[in-house]
Design a protein around this ligand. Structure first.
Ligand code: NAP
Length: 202
């Protein structure tokens, strides 16, 4: 409940700051816009006139977010992709490129904490993949379109939690390993901090 109140307060601040702005004619590709902060921001961007391409990995939540945006008179479409899976990210980029037109804003908000030991289909640490690698890959795949859409913007949400990490083993995150090893709470915590670490400051 407290989190919802904080998000609502943030929304009011966004509305105040956006007074008089227009996003009319702009296309916003928004990962993680199916719920949480992303959904609030997506609704506001649509209110300002943007077409929002909502990216998430859950079809039902994505459809609900699109409905909410359309309910305010905004324009939106859902594109399903698991940002932790390279194949999904490639397919997403291909779909965005195929629809043509500019990508004026790319917002990376998809992410979150996962159980320790979870791996992608390729065997990469799942938290690392969905919080960082997917966003990096999508940006690179859309780079030419973003440059052609100048002045485009790329916005990536992060977390200050990485400051709690003393060391990170990037090799261990990237190397294929067994899926979903059982971990205790402290191991989970260390894993979660690690997943926020790279490529942030040392
Ligand atoms: N809330 C905080 O206090 C806080 C603090 C620091 C950083 N952050 C970061 O800020 C971002 C937004 O936070 P939030 O609290 O608004 O998140 P949230 O409510 O948990 O929503 C996460 C969003 O990311 C999407 N998502 C998660 N994993 C995905 C995946 N593998 N592929 C595609 N989409 C995926 C979810 O889509 P589905 O609906 O399909 O699951 C959802 O739209 C996250 O990256 C989070 O790590 C949040």
């Amino acid at each position: 409940m407290r989190a919802e109140e904080d998000k609502a307060a943030g929304l009011i601040r966004i509305r105040d700051a956006a007074e008089g702005w227009s996003m009319k004619g702009k296309t916003v590709l928004f990962t993680g816009a199916s719920r949480g902060m992303g959904r609030f921001a997506a609704i506001e961007l649509a209110r300002l006139g943007a077409e929002v391409l909502v990216v998430g990995h859950n079809q039902a939540r994505g459809a609900a977010a699109v409905e909410a945006i359309r309910g305010t008179g905004g324009s939106a479409q859902f594109l399903r992709a698991d940002m932790g899976e390279a194949a999904d990210v490639c397919a997403l980029a291909a779909a965005v490129l195929a629809r043509g037109g500019p990508v004026d804003v790319l917002i990376h908000s998809a992410g979150g904490l996962l159980p320790a030991g979870a791996r992608t289909r390729e065997g990469v640490d799942r938290g690392f993949a969905q919080n960082f690698l997917g966003a990096f890959l999508l940006t690179r795949l859309l780079e030419e379109r973003l440059l052609a859409s100048a002045p485009a913007r790329v916005i990536a949400l992060g977390s200050s939690a990485h400051k709690l990490v003393k060391a990170a083993d990037i090799d261990a995150l990237l190397h294929p390993g067994p899926a979903a090893l059982p971990m205790d709470a402290s191991q989970r915590g260390r894993y979660q901090m690690r997943s926020y670490r790279w490529p942030s400051s040392p």
